[in-house]
Design a protein around this ligand. Structure first.
Ligand code: HEM
Length: 269
């Protein structure tokens, strides 16, 4: 009996469904992350208990460093805002039904991306980040990608090149999600190994972390290019492979998000 022929149309549908499942679960996970940011930094900031910022970020609050504290506060506040506002920009229904909202929210998102990046660079290179020099270089690469994507997202919208605009917006979303991916993949890694394998917990350095930086900050950006090509190609097999890869990745993300929520974010609240 001949094997069932999977038509190109079906593979397109399969890819769409896989992307949608991936997107919904990523958005849910990022929503939990933003609740954590507001619950920890927002609540303690409003209460004036700034010392609590240091429970998760070693350089969150430093006495008498007004500028540094301001940058940190701005960084985490905008992180919460964009983590909720960003996914709304990519939702077709929101774009089509509320175009004015899309334009206003889009400007806030892109502006916030620049501010988060600038504050992030200050925190990294003036205050110093966890993860030493290598960690600082990788997060800076993420920052540069955010700047590039934010610039082209807005430029293509102004020029009315909407296909390109959407592509840059997807790249921007992936770059902005880098720090979230890092936390989720780190917790996945720790869940699999039940120990900090491949890195030192005190210095927060080691080959496993370098791999996770690449996985979180650079690979999502590169994967977007594969997605754009495969989506438009007539090859059924590539769409199937990509769909299965996305579903596997989503399972990993679900486990990592669950571990990050239960093991890292909720206990800090
Ligand atoms: C949209 C992207 C980003 C989000 C959502 C984000 C979110 C956060 C959050 C929530 C924290 C507090 C630590 C925690 O509770 O986990 C933090 C700290 C920090 N972020 Fe970001 N961030 C982003 C981008 C960046 C970029 C691009 C850089 C660097 C160029 C950066 C550098 C830092 C540094 C240095 C800290 C302080 C860590 C420490 O105390 O050692 N972030 N960020």
């Amino acid at each position: 009996m001949p094997l069932p022929v999977i038509t190109n149309l079906r593979s397109i549908q399969f890819l769409k469904t896989s992307v949608n499942i991936w997107f919904v679960l990523v958005v849910l996970g990022q929503f939990i992350f933003s609740l954590y940011i507001l619950g920890l930094y927002g609540v303690s900031g409003i209460a004036g208990d700034f010392e609590r910022w240091n429970s998760a970020a070693p350089h969150g609050y430093i006495q008498k460093d007004f500028l540094g504290n301001l940058f940190f506060g701005l960084h985490v506040l905008l992180a919460a805002v964009i983590t909720i506002g960003g996914p709304l920009q990519l939702m077709k229904k929101v774009r089509n039904n509320f175009p004015k909202f899309h334009r206003i929210n889009g400007r806030i998102y892109v502006f916030s991306a620049f501010l988060i990046g600038i504050a992030g660079f200050y925190l990294t290179w003036v205050r110093g980040s966890v993860g030493g020099l290598i960690g600082s270089v990788f997060i800076s690469i993420n920052g540069v990608l955010i700047f590039i994507c934010a610039f082209y997202t807005i430029k293509k919208a102004i020029n009315h090149q909407f296909t390109e605009h959407r592509r840059w917006a997807i790249r921007l979303f992936l770059a902005m999600s880098g720090v979230w991916f890092f936390r989720v993949f780190l917790m996945l890694w720790l869940t699999i190994h039940q120990a900090p394998v491949g890195f030192d917990m005190d210095t927060f350095q080691g080959p496993a972390l370098n791999m996770l930086y690449i996985f979180s900050y650079i690979l999502p950006f590169v994967s977007a290019e594969f997605y754009f090509r495969i989506k438009d190609s007539p090859k059924t097999i590539s769409k199937l492979v990509l769909s299965i890869f996305l579903l596997l990745l989503t399972s990993c993300i679900v486990v990592g998000t669950f571990s990050a929520t239960m093991g890292m974010w909720f206990p800090r609240l």
